[in-house]
Design a protein around this ligand. Structure first.
Ligand code: XUL
Ligand code: CO
Length: 457
């Protein structure tokens, strides 16, 4: 008996899927008078993307990005409990088909909240294969789909990154692994994602050293590991130039978690590391609010320092919890925190190639599909409101004037000559010894300034 030729019978196209979200139309700007109703449960009250803020459209000042990992990969799992979200593309099934389903839902979310950018790790978008070659092929396949969806929708890539921390091969580090073969594997993985990011016209490429640190110094050659990390970063920068990638390479500081100590501890540490490796004009920082808190800093401190050092790159917007000392990655919802952070961003000249990436995850009990929409849209509106407050702070100039007056002495000939190195330590000492009057302390007026800032809300 002859078997029927396979080519004559084509598989039936998959049945159309029901939309994942209940919102059909993109969320619109309606202004502060907007009242929610059954037809339109949410509208932007502050995020008016075309409104000009300091000469730029709000969309360009804020450059919002949705992150792939928390929103579409995260399952709601915590150290004590299993998945709670039950996304249809999770669980058993063909992993590539699931990746494509996930991509459809992701681009639907971008459309509905009107997010201009997104971010991803290679492992978020496509399944890991049996070999690196296969994994890379999967990533490229999904990236091709992204490319088409991006040109259809106008959504852009804020940054891509490689996941060098989930697989057990990286348990002792990627670039800082005691085994050079793991270093090589990580390099191969980064090469692929950097090239994919370049092809998708990403504005930046991020390196977060999740496992680049140590659990105990007892088994760690710290000096050697730092040298490995420096070499790795140089390789990435060399390859960036070789392929002509014009985006910014960013390091994302974090002091700990998952490891006890991470080498990219905070902005100051990263700057020292860049200097030591001659990369301070090549690489900038992606600062995350919750990471700043874990390092014992405020978000605005890290932004101000990065601006002062000339390495400010981009922001991962989220927030930690006052009582929990770990990376809770909550969606930002504290107006004052956002406003003072945006004030530092604007003072530094804005986001440049960076953006506001919501590296934030839904709480474990927020299990409805629409919770993803609510979380992003409300966070976007809050950030827009924070931007407007920051604009007022900047335009009002009262804070800037206070600071200028406080440092006015350094603008005099005397102050300038000291800074220019025209006076020696001995000369300064002689001058002071000749004087009879002490310098007079002046108030820092902190409470008054805090009151001033409260008035901007
Ligand atoms: C981890 C973290 C990462 C980076 C990208 O705390 O923030 O998701 O943003 O690897
Ligand atoms: Co982050």
């Amino acid at each position: 008996m002859k078997s029927s030729p396979k080519s004559t019978r084509r598989a039936a196209p998959p049945a159309p899927r029901a939309p994942y979200f209940s919102f059909a139309k993109p969320i619109r700007f309606r202004g502060t008078d907007f009242k929610p109703n059954a037809e339109e449960p949410f509208a932007y009250r502050y995020y008016d993307k075309n409104r000009k803020v300091l000469g730029k459209r709000m969309q360009e000042q804020l450059r919002f990005a949705v992150c792939y990992w928390h929103s579409f990969v995260g399952t709601g799992m915590d150290p004590f409990g299993d998945a709670s979200f039950s996304r249809p593309w999770h669980g058993a099934g063909d992993p590539m088909a699931q990746a494509l389903h996930k991509a459809d839902v992701a681009f639907d979310l971008f459309r509905l909240v009107d997010a201009p950018y997104f971010t991803f790790h290679d492992r978020d978008i496509a399944p890991e294969g049996a070999s690196l070659r296969e994994s890379n092929r999967n990533v490229r396949q999904v990236a091709d789909v992204f490319g088409r969806k991006m040109s259809d929708t106008g959504v852009k890539l804020l940054w891509g990154t490689a996941n060098l921390f989930s697989n057990r091969r990286y348990m002792s580090g990627a670039a800082t692994n005691p085994d050079p073969e793991v270093f090589a594997y990580a390099a191969a993985q980064v090469k692929n994602v950097l090239e994919v990011t370049h092809e998708l016209k990403g504005a930046n490429y991020v390196l977060w050293g999740g496992r680049e640190g140590y659990e105990t110094l007892l088994n760690t050659d710290l000096k050697r590991e730092l040298a490995q990390l420096g070499r790795f970063l140089n390789l990435v920068v060399e390859h960036k130039h070789k392929i002509g990638f014009k985006g910014t390479i960013l390091i994302e500081p974090k002091p700990a978690e998952p490891t006890k100590h991470q080498y990219d501890y905070d902005v100051a540490t990263v700057f020292g590391f860049l200097k030591a490796n001659g990369l301070e004009s090549e690489v900038k920082v992606n600062i995350e609010q919750n990471h700043a808190l874990l390092a014992g800093h405020t978000f605005e401190h890290e932004i101000a320092l990065a601006n002062a050092l000339g390495i400010f790159g981009s922001l991962d917007m989220n927030r930690g919890d006052e009582q929990l000392g770990w990376d809770t990655d909550q969606f930002p919802n504290n107006l004052q925190q956002v406003a003072v952070a945006m004030y530092e961003v604007l003072k530094g000249g804005g986001l440049g190639t960076g953006g506001l990436n919501f590296d934030a995850k839904l709480r474990r009990q927020s299990i409805d599909a629409d919770d993803l929409l609510w979380a992003h849209a409300t966070a976007m509106d809050l950030c827009a409101r924070g931007l407007l407050v920051a604009e007022t702070m900047l335009r009002d100039k009262a804070l800037a004037q206070h600071v200028a007056t406080r440092y006015a002495g350094w603008e005099t000939a005397r102050g300038k000559s000291i800074l220019k190195g025209k006076t020696t330590l001995a000369e300064l000492a002689r001058e002071v010894e000749r004087k009879t009057l002490e310098p007079q302390p002046r108030s820092g007026q902190q409470e008054r300034l805090e009151h001033l800032v409260n008035g901007y809300f």
